[in-house]
Design a protein around this ligand. Structure first.
Ligand code: UD1
Length: 413
């Protein structure tokens, strides 16, 4: 049910620690890994001040959604894997909580650090908060203001119970203030996912390697010009769980593919729905290549050379902005407004005619150029580690002295 791996932890800076208590760093699902990798490295560089112990909830478990990322990102193997797997939101969240509690008790951590907005994030944050263990939330304060998204609920609740909230863009602080989060708890550090992108850019797998042998490769890599193709990802329940919506999106993709060959990296949820709805044959097979979920370096290579990315992912909106590649977000809202205001992202909803119109416009004009947002500079994890080390030290000092007051502790950091 719960597996521990003590063999790797001490060697790789993720083991149990003498004195102080470690920082339990929680990952659960694919988008967490690229956020946590630089944090683990930066915390480990501080030695005993903020030693990380990596805990995996097992929310994602397929090799293509999981193992390959640890290898590509040079992440240590988790010291603990809760192996929860898939289930309804209630069961998955509850199961993570049940299995995380004894891990928390055993490690007596100085803090629990969670990233992003997946079910693992809120589940572990809630266990820690109820036990009086400080919760640190990385990528705090993002809001779509759409409570139909499970991630929005996870974000709002995690931020309410977090003691320390690290943000990726300045708009996040205003969202948090509006929800009553004290300014002293909020620290703008930049974007750890972009740390990973910048660190791995030169190691990205070229698109020509990933797409070699596919029927559309000849039209993508015509000699004498830049590769021309679009990258597509779709996995939000609101886009893929309803047959009409998914069918409509596939129709729009087919239309675009007549101008631009498309590569669709398929999430397991989307693959299951396509099969369930009998939509597998709906794709224009010679113009839309369907691939399994891609590894980090493969996906980075595909995005970096793409003419256009169409997605409903939060992470890809940010990564395309950092890469300067035009992105069409197939949603009605985004929790990452900076990608629209400063970056290359355009929100275009799920209306087929609108999606085709926006894509055609990008093909004609080259799309938004954008610029890299403030502090998306590859050093966000270093800022987190430095701040967290002094915050933990200040808490320790206050605990040993007169009665602590939260603002005083934070000012001391
Ligand atoms: C989760 C996150 C979402 C994130 C996405 C990235 C929540 C609420 N959602 O959504 O924010 O953008 O991860 O992928 O936490 N499955 C597999 N193998 C796996 C994992 C999942 O086959 O390794 C299938 C199962 O059928 C499962 C379904 O995918 O029921 C959904 O998985 P789940 O972890 O519940 O949510 P995601 O849709 O992946």
């Amino acid at each position: 049910m719960v597996s521990t791996d003590s063999s790797t932890s001490d060697i790789e800076g993720c083991g149990t620690v003498s004195g102080g208590g470690p920082i339990l760093c929680v990952v659960g699902a694919r988008p967490n890994y690229m956020k946590m990798a630089p944090i683990i490295r930066a915390l480990a560089a501080f030695g005993d001040a903020v030693p990380p112990v990596l805990v995996h909830t097992g929310q994602h478990y397929d090799a293509a959604m999981n193992d390959s990322f640890f290898t590509a990102l040079g992440m240590p193997r988790p010291a603990v894997n809760l192996e929860v797997g898939s289930a309804s939101h209630a069961v998955q969240t509850a199961e993570i909580m049940k299995r995380f509690e004894p891990v928390l008790d055993a490690h007596a951590p100085a803090a629990v650090l969670v990233v992003g907005d997946v079910n693992s994030t809120i589940a572990c944050a809630l266990v820690a908060a109820k036990k009086g263990v400080p919760v640190v939330h990385v990528e705090a304060g993002l809001r779509s203001y759409d409570r139909r998204m499970p991630e929005e609920i996870n974000r709002v609740l995690t931020d309410q119970i977090a003691d320390l909230l690290y943000t990726t863009e300045r708009s996040a602080a205003a969202n948090l203030h509006a929800e009553g989060v004290a300014d002293e708890r909020i620290v703008f550090v930049g974007n750890v996912m972009i740390d990973t992108l910048l660190a791995n850019r030169s190691a990205a797998v070229p698109a020509s390697t990933t797409l070699a042998g596919l029927p559309l490769a000849a039209s993508v890599f015509a000699t004498g010009r830049e590769p021309r193709y679009g990258v597509v990802t779709l996995h939000r329940p609101s886009n893929v769980d309803d047959r009409d919506t998914l069918g409509r999106l596939i129709g729009a993709l087919n239309t675009i593919s007549r101008q631009l060959p498309l590569v669709l990296a398929l999430h397991p949820r989307t693959r299951a729905r396509i099969e369930e709805f009998g939509l597998a044959a709906a794709f224009e097979a010679d113009r839309v290549a369907i691939l399994p979920p891609q590894g980090y370096l493969e996906m980075l290579g595909l995005m970096a050379q793409a003419t256009l990315v169409l997605t409903d992912s939060g992470g890809l909106q940010e990564e395309t902005t950092a890469l300067g590649v035009p992105c069409l977000t197939l949603r009605e809202n985004t929790e990452r407004p900076i990608t629209i205001v400063e970056g290359t992202n355009t929100l275009c909803g799920t209306d087929a005619a609108r999606i085709v119109h926006e894509a055609t416009d990008i093909l004609a004009t080259g799309g938004k150029r954008g610029r890299s947002p403030e502090l998306w500079d590859g050093r966000a994890a270093e800022r987190i580690a430095a701040h967290l080390a002094s915050w933990i030290a200040a808490r320790g000092a206050v605990a040993a002295g007169p009665a602590p007051s939260i603002p005083a502790i934070l000012k001391a950091a």
